[in-house]
Design a protein around this ligand. Structure first.
Ligand code: SF4
Length: 348
């Protein structure tokens, strides 16, 4: 296969995506990253978009084999933020000039339909921020209620497009349910995001290629590709972490395939590689997710441990990133950063 031709094609086949994911020669890899960066610039512009995350509960009723928040991890100290604490933290984020607030938790039905609706409504009444919910699989009626209350976006990770692998990692859940929730959210006016993890046990390059194609089929507004990091006290605690270069190649290939989509330079990538965020932003990414959960809770949200920036003062985050982003010749967006499909006119 001819690398230059593949990098400049409008549509890529599964075999061509696999070819890109398998590139190991450093100069070929750099050509892939450069093309992804160019596609990102053409279709999405040069701004870097910030998302402020509040991880408001680390209780979870699920048992995903790779996750430190799984219900059977009895070693984890659990916490729930009060509605007042969540709303107050949202105000802190909005006052920093970050206009997307991500409300994230494990699957925790303690926060029922009305309580989540109340929190959304209060934040929307008092800020100009968009709200992304990341609460796992909840009821279709709940999604409808929260949309009416003011929610804008929903993040629901698919983790793998392989039905077989999905059923191994998630004993109680089915991939088809997750996909039907994502489709329901999209048709009900949510901007939707999903993601996979690179380097999960038993995953093949072919599986990762399917993940990218699934993101395309779902017509995602945000697609995240982060490396797997083994978490203590989980069945996968002794497995190998995902490969940083393969993660970057996945992000770059996804940018070329998906074009008008937000792709984050993930915290997991920055955790495995000190320069991971910058590398990600140079390989097609255009979002940075800032964990702005109050510090005493933040250290307990242990999907995995040793999270990058875990001990930093969150209020310094923005200044720190601003310098890094300006050094790349790019600038931070201070808008709500709604779906690029809705806000930019560039066509193929
Ligand atoms: S990945 Fe999500 S649903 Fe699964 S155990 Fe972790 S927090 Fe719960």
């Amino acid at each position: 296969m001819n690398l230059y031709e593949i990098l400049h094609k409008k549509e890529l086949t599964k075999e061509e995506i696999i070819f890109l994911l398998n590139l190991t020669d450093k100069s070929d890899q750099q050509k892939l990253f450069d093309r992804a960066d160019e596609v990102r610039s053409i279709y999405c512009g040069d701004e870097v978009h910030l998302r402020g995350i509040i991880e408001f509960s680390n209780y979870c009723e699920q048992n995903c084999l790779y996750c430190g928040l799984r219900e059977d991890n009895y070693k984890l100290t659990r916490y729930r933020m009060t509605p007042e604490e969540i709303i107050e933290t949202a105000h802190v984020i909005s006052n920093l000039g970050i206009y997307t607030i991500v409300l994230q938790s494990g699957e925790d039905n303690y926060y029922d339909t009305d309580l989540i609706a109340y929190i959304i409504y209060q934040i929307k009444q008092s800020t100009n921020a968009a709200i992304t919910l990341s609460l796992g699989e909840r009821g279709f009626d709940e999604y409808r209620t929260w949309k009416i209350a003011g929610a804008d976006r929903y993040l629901l990770k698919h983790e793998t497009a392989s039905h077989k692998l999905y059923s191994v990692y998630h004993k109680k859940q089915k991939l088809e349910d997750r996909l039907s929730h994502l489709r329901f959210l999209k048709t009900n006016g949510y901007q939707i995001g999903s993601s996979n993890m690179i380097g999960l046990p038993m995953q093949t390059i072919e599986d990762i290629s399917d993940d990218i194609l699934l993101c395309k089929e779902l017509d995602l507004d945000m697609a995240a590709f982060g490396p797997f990091i083994p978490s203590p006290d989980t069945p996968y605690q002794n497995k190998k972490a995902g490969d940083v270069d393969l993660t970057l190649r996945t992000m770059a290939a996804a940018r070329i395939v998906l074009k008008k989509v937000y792709i984050p330079a993930t915290t997991a990538l920055a955790t495995l590689d000190e320069a991971g965020r910058i590398k990600g932003l140079n390989a097609g990414a255009n979002i940075v997710m800032l964990d702005l959960t109050p510090g005493h809770y933040r250290e307990l949200y242990q999907i995995y441990t040793d999270k990058k920036c875990m001990s930093d003062n969150p209020l310094n985050y923005k200044d720190c990133f601003q310098l890094q982003i300006e050094a790349l010749g790019r600038k931070i967006s201070y808008s709500r950063s709604d779906s690029i499909k809705l806000t930019r006119q560039v066509t193929d």
